[in-house]
Every structure is written in C-alpha cells, then in structure tokens.
Ligand binder design. Structure first.
Ligand code: NAG
Ligand code: NAG
Ligand code: NAG
Ligand code: NAG
Ligand code: NAG
Length: 456
C-alpha cells in the first residue's frame, strides 16, 4: 500500500497559552506497515513565538479561514497564520464596573463568531446584563438587541451551547430576570431569526450537559435538521449508568404545534440514546466526550469520542442517514399511541397536528438506541482522549481514507487511520514541549497543505 506518503510532512501550527509560546512544528514520519505503535514526530522547525500576556483559563476559540481568534479576559486576540506579524488584539471592556469586590468583575469573552456577517464577541460584561459587541470598522461596538443577553452567561464557566446558522441564532442560556438570576429549566431555544422563536419542551433534556449542536442542511430546506448532542440524567430502568449520552433531532424549519398552549414548543424534537461499543464483545463506552461532524466525500458522518469509567477511549461513527432513519422508524418509549396520522418528528411546513405534537412532547425518547456503524467502535484503546477531529485523505491509489486526530490529556495528538478491516494508530504528534491539556484543535480549511492549529 502506498497511501502513506500523504500523511507525511504536514506542518503544524501550535500555540501554548500557559507558557505563552506559539511555535510552528513540522511533523514528519513514515508508515511502513500496519503493525505499529503510535509513531514519532520530529517537532520544531518554525521559529516564531508569541507571548500571550496572561493565562486565559476559559479561553474561547474561533477559526476563520487561516486565522484564529482567541477570546479571554477583556481581550480578543487575532492570529493570522499567513503572516504571523499581523497579530492584533482588541480590548473588550464591560459597559460599567459596579461589581468591585465580587468575583468575576470583568468582561470575560465567552463567544467569538459571526453574527449577520460581522465578527462578534459576547461576554459576561462584569455583572451587567451580558452582551455582545460587533466589529464596526476598526472597533467593536455594543449590540443593542435585548436577545444578545442570552448569548453569554454571567460567569465565564458554564455549560451552555450557542448555535448560529445563517441569521438564526439558538441558545441554551435562559432569558434573564432583572436580578440576573434564572431558575428556569435549561432548554434549547431560538433567540433570533425568523418567526416563530421556538424552544424545546420540558421533557426533552434532564439536567443536560452540552457537547455539541450542529445543522444538517438538506436540498429540500424543509427537511433540514438540527442535532443536539448532550449527556443527561438517567431515569431509565433499562441501564445503570448515572448519565447517558443522547442525540436529539429537530426540524430546523418547523412551525410549532397547532395546539395553542404549546404553540412555541419545538414539536418535532425527539431524542435517542447513543451507544458506543462492540455488540459482539459487549464492551461499552458510555461517556460522551466530543463530537466531530465530517462532511466528507464519503458522506455525512458524526464521529463520537467516548470513554468508560477507567478512562479508556473509543471512537464510534454514525452515518447521518442512519440517524435520520432511526428517527423515522423507531417508536416512542412509553407511548401507547401508535395510530397517529402523522409520525412524531415529521418535518411539516405547517403547524404540527395536536395529537402528534402531544405525543412527542410527552414521550420524546425513542425506543430504539442509536448504534454505531457496524455495531462496533471504529477503534478503542487505553488512552484518555479528550478531543477529536476527522479528515479525509485521498491515497495514491485514489482511495479515500479517514484520518482521526485525537488529543490526549497531556497535549499529545494521535493520528489514527481508519481502514476497511480496522483502524491503526499511525502517528504520535507532540506539538508542545510541555505537558498540558489541549484546548483547541481544528483542521486547516486549505486541504492542499493540511494543517492543524492547536492551542494548549
Ligand atoms: C474566508 O474565506 C472565504 C471563502 O474562502 C471568503 O469568502 C472570506 O472572504 C474569507 N474571510 C476573511 C475574513 O478573510
Ligand atoms: C496587544 O497587542 C499589542 C501590539 O502587538 C501588544 O503590544 C500588547 O501587549 C497586546 N496586549 C495584550 C493585552 O496582549
Ligand atoms: C476606535 O477606538 C479608538 C481608541 O479607543 C478611537 O481612538 C477611535 O476613534 C475608534 N475608532 C472608531 C472608528 O470608532
Ligand atoms: C479519569 O480522568 C479524570 C479526568 O482527567 C480523572 O479525574 C479521573 O480520576 C480519571 N479516572 C480514572 C479511573 O483514572
Ligand atoms: C425520513 O423521512 C423523510 C420524510 O418523512 C424522508 O424524506 C427521508 O428521506 C427519510 N430519511 C430516511 C433516511 O429514511
């Protein structure tokens, strides 16, 4: 097999926050055969380094083309990898600081991204109503829409999820009352975009922790879906785990229910338990760590990174087609009403009939579990990985191979190649001199010279 040349000599650009060094590393290695352990790298070719003036414990990242934004405490850094001398930063101040003596009396950036085509940062705003600032020429100016308060939490560390697709914005942060507190349940809701601004029903998620949300667009726009990946409390009797990994599917363009008092509920939102493991051996990995959505030449596939209670990791893949098929065909757990004219979860261009939306709202969980492709893991080992990125590479024989990049707890990246008859660990990349947790890892959009940007 000759495909190996394509894995070689990929430049890596890396950055380390804690020791404040940014360096470029050239990776090289060779794959002689399949019988190998994680393999080697020859780091350190590049020469530039960038001091970050302060440690950023809760940094947030946004990659735009060949540049990277890092949001931190009152600051937004911008690294341009094409010309690293173009490094810039912007100070992102709170409106006022009337919170002296209280913890977190600063503006912590918790979101960087694009809103309405403008680079936007959102932050905790020093105990004022949280808010967002959009790039306006050379400076950031405060956005005045009230919904931007739901774009950022009050403190830098929270478990929340923001999803932006076109002009539609979704958030799991509750609307705030005047005292800044909220006792409302955690829901997924549309906070800006075209009407209706729907939110998920009470029973969809039980004390969720969000891992990822994403959109799968369809040619027929009506069928486009939103997927939420989260873990939640287990109240099932079927398994003993305390927390379960779940996927929820909802129709992006749905209109809500025809029933007046649930008119603004997502009437198509259903969920299923995700399984990662080998059905044959009965070995399972119940804890979801990370999700990567591969929109590849070989189809749309969700990759899930899981672990078990010994911190051994496994990767499982799920074809988006199969997820959709599951939601199309499974019955609902606890539901006795099987004679509905319209199945729960069906995407409609009009209001969902009352009996269908009632059923989905009361029993949002599928009977069937989501099993991985081939009912087994892509691979599993005794490492403890925390992040996954997946790439497709065309081999010399024109075959397309999927390459998984997995970050360990101590800042090492393993490159694993997925083959028909299994996966093998091909490279071990050490982008950093020190041990530490990798906070961000992404693929260079320029596939010709595939690059990874890592921040530790
Ligand atoms: C990023 O790349 C896209 C497509 O390649 C281009 O349209 C866009 O202008 C670029 N954005 C910036 C800020 O360079
Ligand atoms: C912002 O950038 C300027 C110019 O590169 C640099 O001198 C300064 O230290 C940076 N400030 C922070 C807080 O990083
Ligand atoms: C941007 O901010 C700087 C410094 O605060 C100020 O001097 C300048 O006038 C501002 N520019 C714009 C376009 O608002
Ligand atoms: C698993 O990893 C977590 C986080 O790194 C750690 O706190 C825990 O002790 C580990 N558990 C085991 C069994 O090694
Ligand atoms: C699921 O059902 C919708 C319509 O009800 C259909 O358009 C779609 O092709 C189905 N998907 C699969 C994978 O069966």
């Amino acid at each position: 097999m000759n495909y190996h040349d394509h894995f070689l000599a990929k430049p890596l650009i890396t950055m380390e926050l804690h020791t404040a060094v940014l360096l470029s590393v050239l990776v090289a290695g060779s794959l002689a055969g399949k019988c190998m352990d994680p393999r080697l790298t020859h780091p350190v070719k590049g020469k530039w380094s960038f001091p970050l003036p302060q440690e950023e414990e809760n940094a947030v990242f946004y990659r735009l083309n060949y540049s990277l934004y890092i949001g931190g405490e009152e600051i937004l850094h911008h690294f341009d990898f094409e010309d690293i001398k173009n490094y810039k930063n912007y100070t992102i101040k709170a409106d006022t600081y009337r919170c002296e003596g209280k913890p977190h009396c600063k503006n912590y950036v918790t979101f960087v991204g694009q809103l309405s085509g403008k680079l936007t940062v959102c932050g905790t705003n020093a105990h004022n109503r949280a808010g967002c600032w959009a790039m306006n020429g050379k400076n950031f100016s405060k956005l005045t829409s009230s919904w931007t308060a739901q774009m950022a939490p009050q403190t830098p560390v929270t478990n929340h999820n923001i999803l932006i697709t076109g002009n539609q914005v979704y958030s799991t942060l509750p609307p705030r009352t005047n005292n800044g507190r909220s006792t409302m349940k955690i829901l997924f809701r549309k906070i800006s975009g075209h009407d209706p601004l729907l939110y998920t029903g009470d029973k969809l998620m039980r004390d969720p922790e969000f891992v990822k949300s994403l959109v799968v667009e369809k040619e027929d726009k009506m069928l486009s879906k939103i997927y939420l990946f989260f873990t939640e409390d287990n109240t099932e009797t079927r398994t003993l785990e305390k927390r379960l990994p779940m996927v929820a599917q909802l129709c992006k363009e749905e209109q809500g229910s025809e029933k007046a008092n649930t008119r603004y509920e997502f009437s198509t939102a259903l969920k299923s338990r995700m399984i990662c493991g080998n059905q044959l051996t009965g070995q399972y990995y119940p804890q979801l760590q990370d999700i990567y959505f591969l929109q590849g030449k070989t189809g749309n596939v969700i990759y899930g990174l899981f672990k078990n209670s010994w911190n051994h990791s496994a990767v499982c893949s799920y074809e988006v087609e199969n997820i959709e098929l599951l939601f199309n065909t499974s019955s609902l757990w606890g539901s006795s009403n099987t004679k509905l004219a319209i199945r729960p979860g069906t995407c409609l261009s009009s209001y969902t009939p009352e009996e269908t939306s009632d059923e989905a709202s009361k029993n949002p969980e599928l009977n069937e579990w989501l099993w991985p492709s081939s009912k087994k893991t892509v691979f599993h080992n005794q490492e403890h990985y925390s992040k996954i990125v997946v790439d497709e590479i065309t081999g010399l024989n024109d075959m397309i191979y999927r390459v998984l990049l997995l970050a360990t707890d101590n800042g090492i990246v393993h490159k694993v190649v997925e083959l028909e008859d299994g996966a093998f660990n091909a490279l071990r990349i050490m982008p950093f001199k020190q041990n530490g947790k990798l906070l961000f890892m992404d693929l260079d959009p320029n596939t010709v010279s595939s690059t990874i940007n890592d921040v530790m």
